[in-house]
Design a protein around this ligand. Structure first.
Ligand SMILES: [Zn+2]
Length: 273
């Protein structure tokens, strides 16, 4: 449970959570997607990087990367000022007609997921910073690496990354962004740990965790997500989404989760080891 609701009675907490969910449209992989990315990454850390991660987490009595994977989405309730300041750090819009990342056009003032990820990595790497600052940076890094691999976090600004594209799946209305955040994964009907085993066992896209991380990488990751959004059929031809759409696109979503996990590990290894 997030710090937002700690200390509240359960009904009051649920009510506040519900209000928060209603007030803010989905804007990230759902909680399960982010936790899966973190849990895929953690075993791929080198012993040195893992020890650093565990030491930072322990300063807030946290134990795993999954514990912090959704913190950045819960921020608006906990720290409205930082929540507002970081609201644009979860995505990038490609409005130039192609998927080529042009910082001056696509990331003004560094307010997009590409630059935000780079900035938070720099804070995490800086041993002159306090543990509190570096842990906060780690929380952002884990979350944004997940976000940048949700294709619609690098989509079109004209429909706010699919947020204004209404869809209906099995009689339930939603939008394409929320569908990719959560419904597509939930359609497996698996709990988190079973899903994790399934992803680990699948052969799809297992990039070497040693894939080099360079400062260019987040831009490339975003460009690759953008390419997925532009593939024919990514936008369903009608608002009614069928199981054929799920069968075709869920493997893409799962491949992106695995990529995100491996790249997050590579990034943390390069930063902390
Ligand atoms: Zn997010």
């Amino acid at each position: 449970m997030s710090a937002t609701v700690a200390g509240m009675t359960r009904p009051l907490a649920s009510c506040c959570l519900l209000l928060l969910l209603l007030a803010f449209p989905a804007q990230a992989w759902g909680p399960m997607g982010h936790r899966l990315v973190a849990r895929l990454a953690e075993p791929q850390l080198t012993p040195v990087a893992h020890a650093q991660v565990r030491r930072l987490l322990a300063t807030e009595r946290l134990q795993s990367l999954a514990d912090i994977a959704n913190w950045a989405d819960e921020l608006r309730g906990m720290d409205p000022s930082l929540g507002r300041r970081s609201a644009k750090w979860h995505y990038v819009n490609f409005d130039g007609g192609d998927c080529h990342f042009v910082p001056a056009r696509d990331c003004r003032n560094g307010d997009c997921v590409v630059d935000a990820l780079g900035a938070q990595v720099a804070i995490l790497a800086d041993r002159n910073r306090s543990d509190a600052e570096r842990l906060q940076a780690l929380k952002f890094v884990v979350h944004f690496t997940g976000d940048i691999h949700q294709p619609l976090h690098a989509g079109l600004g004209s429909d706010r990354g699919g947020n204004t594209f209404q869809v209906n799946y099995r009689g339930k209305g939603s939008n394409l962004h929320a569908f990719w955040d959560s419904t597509l994964l939930a359609s497996r009907g698996l709990g988190e740990t079973t899903y994790l085993w399934r992803l680990r066992a699948s052969q799809a896209a297992t990039p070497a965790s040693a894939e080099p991380y360079t400062t260019d990488s987040p831009a490339e990751w975003a460009e690759q997500s953008c390419v997925l959004v532009h593939q024919p059929g990514f936008y369903p031809s009608s608002a009614r989404i069928g199981d054929d759409y799920v069968a075709r696109h869920r493997p893409t979503a799962e491949r992106q989760l695995k990529l995100a996990g491996s790249r997050l590990a590579a990034l943390l290894n390069a930063t902390l080891d």
